[in-house]
Design a protein around this ligand. Structure first.
Ligand code: PA5
Length: 444
């Protein structure tokens, strides 16, 4: 197994009875997910997606990526939420691998994930003298943030290259059947990739949504898919003790129903920061419903020991940690010897930095445990493409099970719509007049 789980530092925080109840619930939830009998099952197309990705589709992504690389030094990926975080997580997570290969592929920059004019101005300024292409990603095709950014970058592109050449530099990734972007892309002659209708945003990283930006930046997407496929094979088994995803779902829910309502994703590798962002969206949007759900937070260590460490050690005792341990770095560093030993560090001279990092992890784990913070440990051997794909599928699958264990629909996000409706009303979009009237006296 490529991701293993240890509950050694968690199991004393819940009773055997709770664990048994959760195990029963987990098995029922697992069956619902696999057999597509649970609520929201029309959005579980991601469950078998790694096995359904055909060579033809991967080839098409690779061909488009190569075309983008041949004409651009920058790819602007426009998208938000599930249409953004997976690709960003992959690019950051796999930086050490790409760095180790000394690969200099196209730079991928992200837009459409906020409404800041300063952010966009800076990005425009950064790329204006470079050759660039755009990949706009939106399943619905109606999200304001991405629509605004796409309009701005499309205008710049057409201005710079003219309409005919500009058109060749735009790739649209959107729902296979619905939405304005599908029609507009067809009318404009843009290249298109489709997100299966049965795959929701935060479960879509293993489709063209994540795979195209990854391929452009030099990531081996076949390895990513292989990792996900192997995870699917390893996790589609009913044997609880040997299914790390089911065990993870059982453990986090056992802790949740024992009063630990906040889960902190922790890693000792800063290149996982955006993976944690993706993870937070995955679990937050899937479980945060009906005024319940585990609150997902994250820390990067050891940096956050010097900011969040105090709270974790001695703050409110409603937290547990999920530590993701990556056993070996892609690029090792050795501590140099200093003749004068001016910093008193010679006791570590010639040590591997990964060894020191590991000791930090042990030290932190013991301290947090002593402070009353249970720790679920997930371990993986390396942070390469294969293990990225594996880990993504692992968390998606565990999240589906865990959401069902909490009796919610893990595949919708009704709460996200509330702000969108308010925003349309405040901005005067046609069809939202009644809402606008209702909100009139509620400005800050
Ligand atoms: O997980 C989800 O479904 C959401 O986070 C969406 O990905 C996000 O709201 C962006 O939507 P769209 O891809 O339709 O622009």
């Amino acid at each position: 197994m490529s991701v293993t789980i240890s509950l050694k530092n968690a199991e004393s925080f819940f009773s055997k009875t709770v664990y048994e109840q959760m195990s029963k619930k987990a098995l029922e939830s697992y069956r619902k997910l696999i057999n597509k009998t649970g609520i929201g099952s029309e959005y579980t197309g991601w469950v078998n997606l790694p096995n359904e990705l055909k060579d033809k589709e991967l080839d098409a992504i690779k061909v488009t990526a190569d075309e983008i690389k041949s004409m651009s030094s920058v790819l602007v990926v426009v998208g938000i939420g599930g249409s953004y975080l997976g690709a960003r997580a992959a690019l950051e997570f796999l930086k050490p691998v790409l760095c180790g290969r000394c690969k200099q592929d196209v730079e991928v920059l992200f837009a459409g994930n906020n409404l800041s004019s300063d952010y966009l101005s800076e990005l425009l300024n950064n790329i204006k003298d470079k050759d660039f292409s755009i990949n706009v990603i939106s399943k619905s095709g109606t999200t304001t943030e991405s629509a605004v950014a796409f309009r701005i970058f499309k205008n710049l592109l057409y201005k710079k290259y003219g309409e005919e050449e500009g058109r060749k530099r735009i790739v649209v990734t959107t729902d296979e059947k619905n939405g304005p972007l599908t029609k507009f892309a067809e009318k404009s002659g843009y290249r298109r990739f489709f997100i299966p209708s049965s795959v929701g945003g935060r479960y879509s990283v293993l489709s063209a949504v994540g795979l195209l930006p990854m391929a452009v930046s030099g990531i081996d997407i076949r390895e990513v898919v292989k990792g996900a496929k192997d995870a699917l094979g390893a996790l589609h088994i009913e044997d609880i003790r040997n299914n790390a995803a089911i065990l993870y779902a059982i453990a986090r829910n056992s802790l949740y129903y024992s009063g630990k309502t906040t889960e902190i994703f922790g890693s000792f590798e800063p290149h996982t920061i955006f993976f944690a962002e993706w993870w937070k969206q995955l679990f937050g949007e899937s479980e945060g419903k009906e005024y319940g759900g585990i609150f997902p937070a994250s820390v990067t260590l050891t940096a956050d020991l010097h900011s969040m460490g105090q709270y974790i050690q001695e703050g409110k005792r409603n937290i547990f940690e999920t530590l993701v341990e990556i056993a070996a770095p892609e690029n090792e560093m050795i501590i140099p010897f200093e003749k004068d030993d001016f910093d008193g560090l010679n006791y570590l001279a010639e040590s591997k930095l990964s060894y020191i990092n590991l000791q930090a992890m042990q030290a932190v784990s013991i301290a947090h445990l002593d402070g009353g913070v249970p720790i679920i440990k997930l371990s993986m051997p390396r942070a390469d493409e294969y293990h990225f794909g594996y880990l993504v599928y692992f968390f998606e699958f565990a999240c589906g099970i865990s959401g069902y264990m909490q009796d919610v629909n893990p595949f919708n996000q009704p709460g996200v719509e509330d702000y969108k409706i308010n925003m349309f009303a405040l901005l005067g979009k046609k069809g939202y007049e009644e809402k606008a009237n209702e909100l009139k006296n509620r400005f800050y």
